[in-house]
Design a binder for this molecule. Sequence first.
Ligand SMILES: C[S@@+](CC[C@H](N)C(=O)[O-])C[C@H]1O[C@@H](n2cnc3c(N)ncnc32)[C@H](O)[C@@H]1O
Length: 251
Amino acid sequence: MIKKFDTDESVRRWDTFADKYAENHTEQGDLHKKVLLNPTLLNLIGDVTNKHILDAGCGEGYLSRMLAQSGANVTAVDYSKRMLEIAKTRTSNELQIHYQHGNCENLNHLTNESFDLIVSNMVIQDLADFEKAFQEMYRLLKKDGSFIFSILHPCFITPESGWEKSINGEKLHWNVDNYFYEGVYEQRYGDKENMLLFHRTLTSYIKVLLQTGFVLESLIEPTPNEEMLEKRPSFRDDFRSPNFIVFKVRK
Ligand SMILES: C[S@@+](CC[C@H](N)C(=O)[O-])C[C@H]1O[C@@H](n2cnc3c(N)ncnc32)[C@H](O)[C@@H]1O
């Protein structure tokens, strides 16, 4: 069977997977976000009082709600209508969050230079045209505004990566293969169907960010802190091979 891998297909899969995805998310996101991504993102984001923030690819909206609760005025965009429905039901009316349907590769309905900060948590590896998405983020940011985004770490999470295990199931080492392949691949997230991911090398990410005009401010490979490790010892594996990388770039 020939499969068609385009944006419509990605949207269809996110719509189908949205309810299952949201089930794993509390008001701090899922476990990986709670332990690894939120501390890094919130530290890079800093004070958000009265800031206009775009949450690009908001999903069920936990990060938008965290930011709005800290005093930000948030515009939250996602191309999955089902995700947006879930996000809206989870959001109280007092919060300043404007949910909008849109594709991060083309956000024409949003005005140039209208945001102090753009966050995009675990989205860029899901979209086909990261060059267009970065150009949109650049256009939408005010001068000196920051774009902070997390992705699967492209050096370690590749189309063919995973633990090499002994016959007893002990994790021996993390295998990486096909690093220089750039393009789409399927990854099992839920039990129903595979999601589409787009792999690029670290070089490509940095090259395209710089070509777009961004200045690289910070690059972080999140690791769990001691307090988290005591509660969740399995996260010690993140000291063997990282899952995520977080970029902070400035216009
Ligand atoms: C892994 S989820 C992350 C959601 C949310 N940022 C979070 O941290 O919980 C990826 C989300 O990005 C959305 N998405 C992926 N590509 C997109 C695009 N090009 N435009 C808008 N939303 C997109 C998906 O619908 C999904 O809700």
